[in-house]
Design a protein around this ligand. Sequence first.
Ligand code: ZN
Length: 505
Amino acid sequence: MNTNHSSPLLPRREFIKTTAAAAAAATVTPAFLPAAAAEQPAAPKMIGIQAGPVSFVDEGVGPVLDIFQEKGAINTVFLTTFTYGRGLSGRQIAGHPYPDHGKQESDAAFYHGGNYATPHPEFYQRTSLKQTRAPDHGDLDIVAAVLPAARQRGLKLFCSIEDAWRSDVPGLPGLTEVDLQGRRTSATLCPLHPEVHAFWTGLATDLCKSYDIDGILFFNENNGPLLESLGASHAQRIASSRATCFCEFHKKAARDRGLSFERAHEGFVKLDQFVQNSLAGRRPGDGYFVEFWRLLVEYPEIIAWDRLFDEGKHAMLAEVNAAVKAVRPGLQVGFHIEHVNSFNPIFRATRSYADLATKADFLKIVVYNNCAGERYANFIRNVQSTVFRDVPPEELLRFNNHLLNYGAEAGMDGLAQAGLSADYVFRETQRALAGVQGKCKILPGIDIDLPTGPNSRKASPEDTAAAAAAGLKAGADGLLYSRKYSEMRLANLAAAGQAVRAFKG
Ligand SMILES: [Zn+2]
């Protein structure tokens, strides 16, 4: 991989000039800091923002950090350091308006992704994933560029690392999952593959040893085969014939647990048939739900196989945590809990906050309330097309609201347009806090301009302030503005900051 070509948008020299000038201004003139930030007492809560490298390249390190402090009352930067995805990195995604800062043009032509810091080979000896350096911005090391300026301003810095890949990464094909029909997936990694574990612990160790950061936030939104088969999520397509993983490492893990690989495989083949029949509207004699439940009764291996996935994913988190603590006990590790936790009670049952609290210092819980409307409606439509096909969507939504302990929210017709309320942010934050029992911190992820469909809820300053205030009022240990600065409008960021400053906790 060529890691030496310069950024197509900003020559390295210009970037350094911009950042160095801002850094010098901060050093020489303490008054450079805005009065509000300078006079404010140290915030006891962690107020963080997720930001990708391109924002610092486009707008300059100093100016971006100043905006974070002045407008957002932010004291912690969650810098996207590793991902091939576009949710945490890159400019605004295609088809959505650019916010009122940054370059007003697509980065699709040069977006690649990978490790935006400098990988040191000694940390990747036990994995085939050795060449992951992101070429997007030439030889820029984003952690080295942002960290000193963050420190000068008294900001903490965490590296965000995400399990999101592209198929052309060298060494990747041998580590991908194997589906029901024996095919390799293009770019999802098997959570039981030892080299996958070695990569994540190696990356976390590399970042913590090579840079004086405050810790790591780990993202992994992959889901197990049951949810995958049913498409029982907001984003997922229904892919029952592509359920994973049935690789050699899964076979071995099953054998160690006395679990039959053949029975699990057979169960998922039957589940695939059930899903295909349901989608075609071929109603079983006993109805859709009874047929589904009977499958689980006859093939408990379906649930056990799903559990294998979760165990692998959570073991990876525990190992990353242990690797980071081995570098320095004071370093913190956080884990991102994805949005499906807000919609799917069956998924929710697999995510024990008490258990997760033993594996991380803080959990970032996704409570994105604006985009939650269209996402929740998608989830209801997905599960209503198979397992709950006998239930009218509106009634299914109401029933599900009760299961999830949600209050008065919009019905199916208006849900995408209405989003979910600030009360949803409050309830989910309280539930997480009750679950972890003080054993780890809870940071609700606040939706600031997550892209939504043309007729779906968009963030407004009022909504953003209400969501931020709801998280704090629920007792959260802080907030994490999501999902990335390059899609946030400044008025909404400022509204969150005002809610933080106004909060008397
Ligand atoms: Zn596997």
